[in-house]
Ligand binder design. Structure first.
Ligand code: CA
Length: 607
């Protein structure tokens, strides 16, 4: 006992040791061999061992003596404290305790988000400011400046938690917040994709504990939390970028060259090597050095970091930024490691491509990927072709390939996807022009668009503020599509979070959204039922979702005039003459014909 106390006294703290990552791990993980990184001036001068009988499977030193990576095998090791011993010439210099925590119950069985969910994408800096005391923080350069569209506006995790009742009422079941980890860029840090410490929530959003609380508050409401994860790059201000473990930790030319953003080169059989290199190894922007996932130390660091957050914060899923810019083999290994740890989990990758073959390439078990012997293990991808279509089709007449035909055509190509139910479907996101800006805040267009993404196959994703008609034109800069939610700031003139605070127009947008999404929660036919679509005629699109006897009929009249449909055409799917309009709750008689008002959607639960 005395000896133990004396050890703590002498060696418990060691000024040279600045960082240990991951800061702790858990007993009983699938990823039981972990690589602990120690950082401190000339830390590599020490030899490292473990006091307990735990297998040290490897010690890696890089050309920078400030790093040492020690791998240990924790399989069958009980939760408790491990002691790393740092020695010189065989003599113990100091000891560092390392905790192997007890896992939460059923942690490995966590369910990811699915097509039964509706995801609400928000930017935390712009959603709600729940804690004005953290708007500017000492040590972080970018200070509060709401007058700048690219400045920090003060929103935070408390602001999100404060409005969970609002989101629950709206009917969304999951939140995807854009990144919350520390980003110490001197400007534009509000988007937080240039991270400077990936084990720490940015103090301007709150703390790691606050983030964990956000997940727990969501779970109390049967809602889910999706983390926006960045594997492709870190910020130039990242502490490791400023003291690189090795030259090849990042992709260098030397130093910076910009990506050509030509993701086609990931599969083009005719690509030139230099085009491919510039796509994958080029930096997304100058302030975001491109991580080298071919370096096993980097890849392992990213795998451990992602699993650490899922386990620590009790996450329900990930969204991966710039998925298709990563080293292909590296990102597949990363994805598989996470899915091996949590087999029912979900991860959606941002694969911003413009044809279905190229998007489908990135989904798990893709036959298209298999042509090139490639499998990402990525469960979910984003339906960017549908997004491209919705930007135009509600303003177009019904020609051979125009108007609502574009929706039909999009789903025809579902034969390319291994799992169409696991596609994210969306009208817009934080990188695109807002839907309500394209359609000039036209409620009819919004109703058609929302109905489409809420009732077709896949996982609907909304973007904050669209449910009250917010608009934003990307050609005026990113700030225009990332404006503050009205009511999120103490002195706001208007509060659209409360029913009484909404304008008549905001109320119309909100009420429709709330109605559709809350109905959707219990519609199993829409979650996983078969989608049967009929070729649009006169710019009217009819499709059915069927799960056994549970059937939903959807009609999107994209025509400028009322349309009367001859129902005989749909006889194979329409075996009843009774249905319920889920918006009005009125009965609908489906006898021979059905008239649908101009520019109007109908969702009919068939009886
Ligand atoms: Ca704040």
């Amino acid at each position: 006992m005395l000896l133990a106390i004396s050890c703590v006294f002498n060696y418990g703290t060691y000024a040279q040791l600045e960082k240990v990552e991951p800061p702790f791990w858990w007993a009983g993980m699938e990823k039981s061999e972990i690589q602990v990184m120690f950082y401190g001036t000339n830390i590599a001068d020490f030899s490292v061992s473990v006091q307990e009988e735990i297998l040290v499977t490897g010690v890696v030193k890089t050309e920078n003596p400030n790093y040492i990576f020690v791998s240990i095998e924790t399989q069958n090791v009980a939760a408790g404290t491990i002691h790393f011993q740092f020695k010189k010439k065989g003599k113990l210099q100091f000891t560092r305790e390392y905790e192997l925590k007890e896992r939460a119950e059923n942690s490995a069985d966590r369910k990811g988000y699915t097509s039964s969910d509706v995801i609400y994408l928000l930017m935390p800096d712009r959603f709600a400011n729940g804690d004005p005391n953290n708007d500017s923080v000492k040590g972080l350069e970018d200070k509060l400046d709401r007058s700048k569209s690219g400045g920090r506006h003060g929103g935070d995790i408390t602001g999100i938690i404060d409005h969970l009742d609002y989101l629950e009422e709206l009917g969304v079941t999951a939140i995807w917040s854009t990144p919350l980890l520390e980003d110490n860029d001197p400007a534009y840090s509000y988007h937080t994709y240039a991270q400077s410490d990936v084990y720490k929530i940015d103090p301007r959003y709150g703390s790691n504990v606050d983030y964990k609380n956000l997940a727990s508050e969501l779970h109390k409401r049967d809602m889910k939390l999706i983390m926006d994860y960045v594997t492709n790059h870190w910020g130039a201000q990242h502490w490791m970028i400023k003291d690189l473990p090795s030259y090849n930790w990042i992709n260098q030319f030397p130093g910076y060259e910009q990506s050509n953003y030509r993701m086609e080169t990931q599969f083009d059989p005719h690509k030139s090597d230099s085009d491919f290199k510039y796509c994958v190894d080029g930096w997304f922007v100058k302030t975001m050095p491109d991580l080298n996932q071919k370096n096993p130390l980097v890849l392992n660091y990213l795998i451990q970091n992602a699993i650490w957050w899922i386990e620590y914060a009790d996450l329900d899923g990930l969204r991966v930024d710039t998925y298709s810019y990563n080293d292909k083999e590296g990102i597949a290994t990363w994805t598989k490691a996470i899915m091996d740890e949590y087999s029912d989990f979900n991860i959606v990758g941002e694969v911003w491509l413009h044809n279905q073959a190229q998007i489908a390439y990135w989904q798990k078990d893709s036959k298209i990927g298999a042509i090139q012997n490639y499998n990402t293990y990525l469960p979910s991808v984003m339906d960017f072709t549908l997004h491209n279509a919705v930007e135009h089709m509600f303003a177009e007449g019904g020609g051979w390939g125009s108007g609502i035909m574009k929706a039909y055509d999009n789903f025809v190509n579902d034969f390319l996807y291994p799992n169409p139910d696991n596609l994210l479907v969306f009208l817009e996101n934080h990188d695109t022009r807002r839907f309500n800006d394209i359609y000039d805040k036209n409620l009819s267009a919004y109703k058609l668009g929302l109905t489409l993404i809420a009732t077709t196959r896949g996982i609907p994703q909304l973007y904050y503020g669209s449910e009250i008609g917010m608009r934003g034109d990307k050609s005026k800069g990113d700030g225009a599509i990332r404006q503050e939610f009205p009511g999120g700031w103490e002195a706001d003139a208007q509060n659209a979070f409360s029913a009484s605070g909404r304008t008549v127009q905001q109320k119309a947008f909100f009420d429709f959204t709330k109605k559709v999404l809350n109905w959707r929660k219990s519609s199993k036919a829409v979650h996983t039922g078969e989608l049967t679509q009929y070729i649009p005629e006169n710019n009217v699109y009819v499709y059915f979702r069927s799960l056994g006897a549970d059937k939903v009929m959807v009609v999107l009249n994209n025509n400028e005039a009322d349309q009367t449909l001859d129902l005989a055409r749909f006889a194979a799917d329409l075996k009843t003459t009774n249905g319920t309009d889920i918006i009005t709750s009125q009965n609908i008689t489906l006898n021979k014909t059905l008239t649908v008002a101009a520019k109007t959607p109908l969702i009919i639960q068939l009886n």
